[in-house]
Design a protein around this ligand. Structure first.
Ligand SMILES: Cc1ncc(COP(=O)(O)O)c(C=O)c1O
Length: 287
């Protein structure tokens, strides 16, 4: 069958053209950001780390007291069928579950309202070696998000504003600080290298438990080089020899400029290269 490209959406169990996919204006996802989401990378038609994403989805749903509309088995069937309908290949699959569209707009939870389930795919491009080597730039700013950043909720306005601030400053990511601590990026987790030690901020209510973060920590442990999970201060951030961002769509990306100053050598560092090798080997063996 010819590849149709990523243009098919899933709305409450039904496929439809993405351009025609609609939800009600009364949907609580639209009105209150009363919803949670996941972004799952697809490598050559295979959903990567699906079980880990479904576990985090469950934890986000628990966090907003919304029942999971599907079992893991049904999720797997629905999402794999969506990937096939989108021609497989390298994709980023977006899925969102909202508290549904009741007849009336009011804050309190609706009774007997079916959650809305939406999913669609976008193309995902693997960065070139040259792009990785050059790395990206980041700015540092205050974190003005709520206190449940461990829930992957669609209340993303502070993240969107922080990303826009980064773009306006000619950077790619905003690193967010609470007081003196740097907690994560607007759409990524943070790793910092000090000498031979790789550090990442610990998980708590201020940090999304990134699937890639966890995967990278696991790979490092397999190679007997455990990552240290401890707070990173603003001052330390500027002393790191390497900084990296992790996310499902970007894997592990070097930050080579911070607030217009070079990080370390200003190129991808030696420790990152070592991790990159482990990541490529793991992706190869998973395919
Ligand atoms: C705020 C935030 N932190 C971290 C991440 C990285 O999470 P993951 O590795 O699960 O994509 C994301 C991903 O979008 C994010 O939005």
């Amino acid at each position: 069958m010819a590849s149709s490209g990523p243009c098919v959406a899933l709305i409450n169990g039904e496929h439809c053209p993405l351009a025609e996919a609609r939800v009600s204006v009364l949907d609580r996802g639209f009105l209150f950001a009363d919803s949670v989401y996941e972004v799952i990378p697809v490598y050559d038609g295979r959903l990567f780390q699906l079980q880990a994403h479904l576990r985090r989805l469950q934890s986000s749903l628990d966090g907003i007291r919304l029942n999971n509309p599907h079992t893991d088995e049904t999720w797997s069937e629905l999402l794999n069928a969506l990937v096939r309908a989108n021609g497989s290949g390298d994709l980023a699959l977006y899925l969102q579950v909202t508290r549904g569209a009741p007849a009336k707009r009011e804050h309190r939870f609706p009774q007997d309202c079916r959650p809305t389930v939406v999913a669609f795919c976008q193309p995902r491009r693997n960065p070139s070696d040259a792009e990785l080597e050059a790395g990206v730039s980041a700015i540092v700013r205050e974190d003005d998000r709520w206190n449940r950043c461990d829930i992957k909720s669609t209340s993303l306005l502070p993240n969107v504003l922080a990303s826009d601030e980064a773009l306006t400053a000619g950077a790619n990511e905003a690193l967010l600080c609470r007081g003196d601590e740097v907690v994560e990026g607007a759409s990524s987790n943070l790793f910092a290298v000090f000498g031979d030690t790789v550090v990442t901020p610990p998980l708590d209510h201020r940090v999304l438990p990134g699937i890639t973060r966890d995967w990278v920590i696991g790979l490092a442990a397999q190679h007997a080089q455990p990552v240290t999970q401890r707070p990173v201060s603003r001052t330390e951030l500027r002393q790191a020899s390497e900084l990296w961002l992790s996310s499902s769509t970007r894997e592990l990306f070097p930050v080579t400029r911070l607030d217009d100053e070079p990080v370390g050598s200003g190129r991808a560092g030696t420790v990152w290269h070592q991790y990159r090798g482990w990541i490529q080997a793991a992706l190869q063996s998973a395919s």
